[in-house]
Design a protein. Structure first.
Length: 73
């Protein structure tokens, strides 16, 4: 494994910029979690809508609600 992959080097940012890297990494982790939550919420609402309009071959059993003890649609 090279030193470049580990982040070692001769060039380091000035002191006031040294927290930018960790803050960017933390922001990326938070955005990954947020976008995952939004994706699942959109999928859930889409499935609820399809069940409510009676889409063919889609029922509450397909969503696993009966097995999980959820509401009967």
């Amino acid at each position: 494994m090279g030193a470049g992959l580990l982040g070692y080097g001769d060039i380091t940012p000035v002191e006031v910029w040294q927290l930018v890297g960790p803050m960017t990494a933390m922001n990326g982790i938070l955005m990954f979690g947020w976008s995952t939550a939004v994706l699942f919420e959109v999928l859930r609402k889409t499935l609820d809508h399809l069940v409510s309009i009676g889409a063919a071959s889609l029922s509450a059993a397909d969503r696993g609600q009966r097995a999980a003890g959820g509401p009967k649609v």
